[in-house]
Design a protein around this ligand. Structure first.
Ligand code: NDP
Length: 604
């Protein structure tokens, strides 16, 4: 904390606020969030193609199974594993990807790794008797681990990859979901599970003229190793005579820069907003790790991480990294008895300022050119943007072949040669879009990418047009025998470690299907009053954070500068991030009671 000798703050809060607002205003420009809609834009359709696995011809499938799961990422694999444990035999995973992995299937850019500690992020470590090799695992290690879970629970043999669902419709008479795909399949199933992911839709910005660019170009979620050479963890062997433009300096952009800097003739990094880059501190897992842990260790470690993130007291912070030291701290500033709200908010601001000063100082410590360092310093509150962690990114700007280009207002246009910024043409051979994904706020029905048609022809898109309505964030009235994996902003809770939420959702779905089977239920639907009560609970606990968030540089966290437009129905169970532990308790009790409270049942 920055305080001088007599305890007074060593900074002028008004000046800092003014600086933060000025930096915000530079970025609040019209059209900043405009995108090419890759779900419908044919001109840019090639950006979605799978560069990793060739699409092979196959005959359409027509059959009936117990469960169809859309999505073979963490959520889908865990749902499949827990459904197997509940005794479900015929499970079909459908995915547009060419294999298991979800985000870890698609994101294979050089340097990809998970920012959340591997010991809590990789699921089912104890069951698979696996210890990650590093504190922060590479994308490839995570993908292979998810594949191993899929193999263990035999989820691959009936999976249909390179297959997109085009429509899912409840057939009342047959009491089945009828699923149609872009490979002309027609699969019916008793239960339909949406595990479509959260940040699953690539965001390609709409920059005037980008279609005219004559060089190579791709999004980081479809890295073109044919163009760059190499592979994940291998040098990019084809870039030696290439000038590369990297657009985007979020969690992805910062991870792939060091490999680009090491290989390309030159790299221009086009930065709209600098990320706060904290210490990574990756290291190999100690050989003694496996010997030191006791049964149940992973759940305990996940709970410890989650408790710290929720500001709960713990004996020891087992993860002890930037998430727990900084992100948790700014979301839960100390509150002592008798403190007024104003004092509490000021305390939070001071704490945040101290953390951001550390990050700005780190830039000065690591980047030699003061002009470049000045542009790399983040001026906003730490809670404004998803934090980043890296130990080689900032140093890459010391290489003579890396140039940082400041473009807070974005790019004017792209020509055949490359971007134009402030009237200057940057000539590049290749443009790499590290521009991220449509935000968590993107409604489920859009992320799912197909019409979900329930009773009486009603669509989920229609029902949720003004916000979600559900029981537990996982079931919705009028859509019988449908489960949705819980997600942030969808009437469940937020966990920084997404795996922990996916585990909870998967355990619930497996448990619920087991329970319904034991009771001989053929069809369930959510009772109207149960859905109303749950939705009202979500609305009642909504915290309007727009006072703080409107002062942030725009990002997906503050709805691109419009936090006031957040819909309370798309909130969480409990205040803020929601109360994960209470939510888990409630789901556990529901399963334990076994009375399927809140559901209307047929077949019993
Ligand atoms: P982000 O949305 O975080 O970043 C996108 C970047 O592209 C930002 O720097 C953004 O600038 C910039 N950008 C977007 N549009 C334009 C434009 N029109 N012109 C110029 N720049 C533009 O995407 P990421 O892929 O980096 O990360 C997305 C999320 O995925 C992360 O927040 C994280 O949740 C997850 N992730 C996790 C990783 C991990 O665990 N290691 C790794 C990678 C991703 P601006 O900031 O101004 O909007």
């Amino acid at each position: 904390m920055v305080r001088d000798g007599d305890g007074a703050l060593g900074y002028d809060p008004d000046a800092v606020r003014a600086k933060y607002l000025a930096e915000r205003d530079k970025r609040l420009v019209a059209g900043r969030a405009d995108i090419r809609d890759l779900t419908s834009d044919q001109q840019f359709a090639r950006y979605r193609e799978d560069p990793f696995t060739p699409v092979t011809a196959r005959d359409p499938v027509a059959d009936d199974v117990d469960v169809v799961i859309v999505g073979g990422g963490i959520a889908g694999v865990l749902a499949g594993a827990h459904l197997r444990k509940a005794g479900v035999e015929r499970i079909r995973i459908l995915d547009q990807a060419g294999g298991i992995g979800g985000t870890w299937y698609w994101n294979r850019y050089p340097g990809v790794m998970c920012d959340v500690e591997s010991y809590v992020y990789l699921p089912m470590l104890e069951e698979l008797d696996y210890i990650p090799t590093e504190r922060y695992a590479s994308g490839e290690e995570i993908r292979l681990h998810l594949q191993a879970i899929a193999d263990r629970f035999d989820l691959g043999s009936d999976a249909l990859f390179h297959t997109g669902v085009t429509r899912a419709e409840w057939d009342e008479e047959a009491a089945r979901w009828r699923i149609r795909t872009d490979r002309d399949d027609e699969v019916t199933c008793r239960y339909y599970v949406l595990a479509v992911g959260i940040l699953n839709l690539m965001k390609l910005p709409a920059i005037p003229g980008m279609e005219q660019f004559a060089g190579g170009s791709f999004h980081t979620a479809r890295w073109d190793y044919e163009y760059t050479g190499g592979g994940p963890g291998e040098p990019l062997s084809e870039l030696g005579d290439k000038v590369v433009g990297l657009i985007g300096t979020g969690a992805t952009g910062i991870q792939c820069l060091p490999a680009l800097a090491a290989a390309a003739e030159h790299v221009y990094v086009f930065q709209r907003t600098p990320s706060a880059i904290g210490v990574r501190g990756n290291r190999s897992t100690e050989p003694s790790f496996a010997e030191d842990v006791q049964p149940g260790w992973q759940q305990a470690r996940m709970d410890n991480f989650q408790a710290v993130m929720l500001g709960k007291a713990v004996d020891e912070d087992l993860t002890d990294d930037g998430w727990t030291q900084h992100y948790a701290a700014v979301h839960h500033p100390p509150r002592t008895e008798g403190m007024t709200l104003e004092e509490y908010l000021r305390g939070g601001e001071d704490l945040d300022y101290g953390i951001m000063e550390e990050h700005r100082q780190r830039v000065d410590d690591l980047v030699r050119d003061p002009a470049t360092a000045a542009i790399l310093k983040p001026y906003y509150r730490y809670l404004c943007k998803r934090p980043c962690f890296h130990d080689e990114y900032l140093q890459a700007f010391n290489s003579p072949n890396v140039t940082l280009v400041d473009c807070p207002g974005g790019m004017e246009r792209v020509t055949e040669q490359g971007p134009i910024i402030d009237g200057q043409q940057y000539e590049v051979d290749c443009l790499i879009y590290g521009t991220g994904f449509e935000a968590e706020l993107t409604p489920l029905f859009r992320r799912a990418g197909h019409d979900i048609v329930g009773r009486g022809g009603a669509t989920l898109a229609g029902k949720w047009a003004d916000g979600a309505a559900s029981l537990f964030g996982m079931m919705s009235r009028g859509f019988p025998n449908l489960f949705v994996m819980p997600a942030p902003g969808q009437q469940a809770v937020v966990t920084v470690n997404y795996t922990q939420l996916a585990v909870l959702g998967a355990e619930f779905i497996g448990g619920a299907v087991g329970l319904l089977d034991r009771r001989g239920v053929t069809v369930f639907d959510v009772a109207a009053d149960a859905e109303e009560r749950w939705t009202q609970k979500i609305v009642d606990s909504f915290v309007d954070g727009s006072r703080v968030m409107s002062a942030c540089t725009p990002s997906r966290i503050n709805n691109e500068g419009h936090p006031e437009a957040m819909n309370p129905r798309n909130g969480n169970y409990g205040r803020g991030f929601g109360d994960y532990f209470e939510y888990r308790e409630l789901l556990g009790q529901w399963l334990e009671r076994g009375d399927a409270e809140g559901l209307e049942l047929e077949g019993t």
